[in-house]
Design a protein around this ligand. Structure first.
Ligand SMILES: [Zn+2]
Length: 288
């Protein structure tokens, strides 16, 4: 081998080595770039982000689905809720005396209708004579009509003949308005003798909670009085001849409902009694 050939081979070898090194470095650089801790972190982050995004889109989707489910359940429940009564645990009867009154009773009837509540009205014969339509409307709306005598006299101070007249004259007016004799009588002032009870000869409806609307004539005080004295099975006394009473009634109904009270007519609360006794509330009746 000549010296020249040796040098040529040597330089070729060097070039080859150089080439190899350059490509190796280049290869290493590329592999390093793709494999740096940052790039790994970034790719993991991106994966996580994608995952999260997927999660988010999934949760968004599932919440949409849940909402759809909710709305379909709500839609399904809507008619059921209308027909299904709320779970009341207690009951009372709200009663209104001394009407009908043209200025206040129709408004009260409208409130009861809107609140889907029935009440008992103990009407006076001489008032019903002037407004038979109001009492008729009360019955049509599902309320109950009882007698409060003809013209609000204290029966305990009347003779047998006078008591009889008070009761029968009221019965006549009520029958003219609603087509039947009232099943119950509430004597004015809750005042009745055993003689009077014998003449009436049907359940005598007293009360156990007095709203004292006749005394306070103040909506706030009427509401408070009921809130402080109401109990399960009570018969509550109001008068539908006062605008303050009518003003208090929506709040009273809402309060009673919020406390789990179902509002019934007297007949419903007492399970339609027939004995001529004094009734003060559910399971609370005494011989007159
Ligand atoms: Zn009265």
């Amino acid at each position: 081998m000549s010296k020249r050939t040796f040098l040529l081979l040597g330089s070729m070898m060097l070039l080859l080595l150089l080439f190899l090194e350059v490509t190796t470095v280049a290869f290493l650089k590329t592999s390093q770039q793709t494999g740096t801790p940052q790039s790994i972190e970034r790719s993991q982050y991106n994966k996580k982000k994608k995952g999260k995004a997927k999660e988010n889109s999934m949760s968004a989707e599932s919440s949409v689905k849940a909402n759809q489910a909710k709305s379909t359940t709500a839609k399904k429940d809507e008619p059921a809720q209308e027909t299904m009564k709320p779970a009341y645990t207690k009951s009372v009867a709200i009663t209104f005396d001394d009407g009908p009154n043209a200025a206040t009773t129709p408004q009260l009837l409208q409130i009861l209708k809107e609140k889907k509540v029935h009440a008992s009205f103990f009407v006076l014969g001489d008032k019903i004579e002037k407004h038979p339509d109001i009492t008729k409307k009360a019955i049509e709306n599902g309320n109950e009509i009882g007698s409060h005598t003809f013209d609000h006299q204290d029966l305990s101070k009347l003779s047998v003949a006078e008591i009889t007249a008070e009761i029968t004259k009221a019965d006549e007016e009520i029958r003219k308005s609603i087509g039947e004799r009232p099943a119950y009588v509430r004597p004015p002032y809750g005042s009745i003798t055993s003689e009077g009870a014998r003449i009436i000869n049907r359940p005598i409806i007293e009360w156990s909670v007095d709203s004292q609307d006749w005394k306070t004539r103040n909506p706030e005080l009427i509401v408070r009085q009921v809130q402080e004295t109401v109990y399960d099975g009570a018969i509550i006394l109001f008068h539908d001849i006062y605008e303050e009473t009518v003003a208090a009634i929506p709040q009273i109904i809402d309060y009673l409902h919020s406390q789990g009270y179902q509002l019934l007519t007297v007949g419903e609360l007492l399970d339609h009694p027939t004995a001529a006794e004094n009734y003060y509330g559910r399971n609370d009746h005494r011989p007159a």
